[in-house]
Design a protein around this ligand. Structure first.
Ligand code: HXC
Ligand code: NAP
Length: 308
């Protein structure tokens, strides 16, 4: 058994129809692939139709199940409604909405134009509420249950410099997730979110670690578990949260980051840089068990290790 294997039983999603925004690439593609492997009919939508078409064919070849690519800019409400109508016409009523599409880049905030700020907030927050609103209206008027899963990130609650439009937008999605979990529960609509830490994707890595940043900054070093995420472990979590196995989970945000954000938050977590020699020296001094020379030598060795 390993985290890079699928977790749920084959065919658990047979008969289900699931829409994945931004499903042509990266994490959206991985989650859509797993939903399809589990038997779902999947719609993937984003702006670039050629990319979607290629991914849809790839997933279908792998799983044999229906995968429908539909071009859509999530910022435009009418296009979102078209995705829902087209899906229902070709595949039947929708069971699951996965709001995964996003836009992001790193920049000092004062260097951003107001259009740059709009662009990220519109893709991330407006895109998610457009789909959520259109889907919610659809489910409520048809008296059908539904499940919403939103992809946020851990800086939705900590905030983060240099990605301020994304942080503000993801925080908005988190607030929407929790608000609707309560308001729409009476319609049998559940809302949950996943907050991933670093998972390698071309889309995120190229925009968040551009140029020489890639060489200087290894995301795995910030993660207590010592590695970045594997797409399958995110897909496993997403599949669980959109399945009926998680029927009692509503309004939750599940972090999947190997402990990364807590490492940055805990007051003394940086002490993991303190080597054993220094802890030995402090212990000897505290318990008066070492000679002055021995203690000084242990300090010296410890400090030399930190400097390295
Ligand atoms: C500053 C920038 C910029 C940059 C674009 N702009 N890139 N400003 N730094 N790197 C500005 C432009 O100059 C323009 O403003 C405005 O933003 C709109 O730019 P366009 O290129 O016209 O926008 P568009 O074609 O809609 O593309 C959207 C995009 C692009 C966000 C800029 O990168 C994209 O398509 N991204 C989609 C995929 C993506 O970003 N994936 C990563 C998700 S990762 P002006 O004023 O000049 O008109 C993620 C991870 C989170 O979310 C957590 C990780 C741990
Ligand atoms: P990605 O491959 O760049 O995925 C983003 C997707 O969004 C693309 O498929 C893109 O397709 C689509 N998209 C962008 N603008 C759109 C628009 N206006 N309308 C419709 N679709 C649009 O990046 P990723 O890393 O897989 O990110 C997926 C999700 O995970 C995002 O929500 C991201 O914030 C989140 N996340 C990622 C990480 C990570 O480490 N990778 C960490 C935390 C959270 P088109 O270009 O075809 O439109």
């Amino acid at each position: 058994m390993s985290y890079s294997q699928g977790m749920l039983k084959e065919d658990v999603f047979k008969g289900k129809v699931m829409v994945v925004t931004g499903g042509g690439t990266g994490l959206g593609k991985s989650m859509a692939t797993y939903f399809s492997k589990l038997g779902a009919s999947v719609v993937i939508c984003s702006r670039k139709f050629e990319v979607l078409e290629k991914t849809a064919q790839e997933i279908h070849d792998l799983t044999g199940n229906k995968v429908l690519p539909i071009a859509c800019d999530v910022r435009i409400y009418e296009q979102v409604e078209q995705v829902i109508n087209e899906t229902e016409r070709l595949l039947g009523p929708i069971d699951v909405l996965l709001n995964n599409a996003a836009g992001n880049f790193v920049s000092p905030t004062e260097r951003l134009s107001h259009r740059a700020f709009d662009t990220v907030v519109d893709i991330v927050l407006k895109g998610s509420y457009n789909f959520t609103l259109a889907m919610g209206k659809n489910w409520i008027s048809a008296k059908r249950p539904g499940t919403i899963l939103n992809i946020v990130t851990t800086y939705a609650w900590t905030g983060s410099g240099y990605v301020v439009p994304s942080a503000a937008a993801k925080a908005g999605i988190l607030a929407m997730t929790r608000s609707l979990a309560v308001e729409w529960a009476k319609y049998s609509i559940r809302s949950n979110a996943i907050a991933p830490g670093p998972f390698p994707t071309e889309g995120a890595w190229s925009r968040l670690l551009p140029g020489s940043l890639k060489k200087k900054y290894d995301p795995a070093l910030k993660v207590p578990i010592g590695r970045v995420g594997d797409h399958q472990e995110l897909a496993n979590l997403a599949a669980y949260l959109v399945s009926d196995f998680s029927a009692y989970i509503n309004g939750e945000v599940v972090t999947i980051d190997g402990g990364e954000w807590l490492k940055g938050a805990g007051e003394f977590n940086e002490l993991d840089k303190v080597p054993d020699e220094l802890w030995d020296a402090m212990e000897m001094a505290r318990n008066k068990t070492g000679s002055k020379l021995k203690i000084a030598w242990a300090y010296f060795k410890g400090i030399r290790k930190i400097k390295k």
